[in-house]
Ligand binder design. Sequence first.
Ligand code: FAD
Ligand code: UDP
Length: 377
Amino acid sequence: MKKYDYLIVGAGLFGSIFAYEAKKRGKKVLVIEKRNHFGGNKYTTEIAGINVQYYGAHNIHTSKKEIWDYINQFAEFNNFINSPMANYNGQMYNLPFNMNTFSKLWNISKPEEAKRIIEEQKKKYQIKEPKNLEEQAISLVGYDVYEKLIKGYTEKQWGKSCDQLPPFIIKRLPVRFIYDNNYFNDIYQGIPKGGYTKIVKRMLAGIEVILNADYFAKQKKYDGLAKKILYTGAIDQFFNYEEGVLEYRSLEFEHQTLNKENFQGNAVINYTDFKTPYTRIIEHKHFEFKKSDNTVITYEYPKEWNKNLEPYYPINDDRNQEIYNKYYLRAKQLTTHIFGGRLAEYKYYDMDDIIEKALDLVAKELRESNLKEEENK
Ligand code: FAD
Ligand code: UDP
């Protein structure tokens, strides 16, 4: 007899939702996490009285009411609207690309004027079907926006030139011909009051969690503990990189406490030139409209990934996708393990995607396991 129904590798959002839902349905669950805390990349901790999103700014956003309602059962959300600014060589522009951006850039006021300029700039490049991020960006917003607000940021962020990157990355950002700085098109968004860690703490309440536990350090022992294992780490590592090493982008975060009330006047400022080594500075207090004499800021530096660094972003180009497809087929054949999350599925998922995917997987998994139990009776 195995001690647990499920061993869950990784206490990020995916693993925590799966654990919560499985426990709720009477399953015995163990969670192991290699870091010294749970929450994965949306871990929040308090520094100098301010909730600090330790691995970068996270804004949950969705248009699906069921996803919003689901996450709201674990925390109360504030009404923060993400409206980052871009700093290009000292000049400030609104994001995402909207009439505020265009009017500052071209000294115009009307949507038709912006559309006309973008069309003229696009024409020069004669792009029919965009094949890479550069072509996609120019098709959407023209050359000036590409040059000042996209090219430098993107090449720092991904460590590749824009013509080597897939178009879908830039389509994450809205382009609007109205004066609206909301970074997302979704109906619902916000920041959980008290930080994201509180959400995961609630999900994992009453569940056994072992921190500082790397699955691969004792894989045989861990596999022996549970009837089934949900793995949310990097998929290529699970298969010992046998089909090839997938590429990731890593990050480094530098947190500073400053003895001033307001450092940059906004939660997120992107540095869109290539020379500045960081991509963004986050000032955490602005996410929560916090009043205090001090402030905490975080510099986000993109980094070349290697096996000793955290794999923050999958790089979903054709080469990596081909490798991933091989791992996917191998993973599907296993009856002892299931896979989910940003790293195990090698997809640029946001948190709303993760909630949806985790709920789907746990429902499917428990349906099948209950059927099996019925058959064995
Ligand atoms: P993770 O949070 O990565 O959790 C996986 C966990 O597994 C980690 O804790 C890891 O330590 C653990 N693990 C891995 N391998 C092992 C092992 N061998 N043994 C034990 N444990 C292991 N999404 C949004 O919706 N809005 C945003 O604004 C947003 N901003 C982001 C900003 C940044 C800088 C980054 C990197 C991501 C952002 N995201 C955002 C995406 C969001 O972080 C992810 O969608 C979500 O955290 C993925 O959850 P997950 O559980 O799949 O992965
Ligand atoms: N991007 C950009 N300039 C910006 C912000 C974003 O060119 O000021 C591009 C960049 O390629 C980035 C992508 O848009 O990787 C998606 O941005 P998003 O803010 O969604 O990235 P994330 O928060 O996931 O890092």
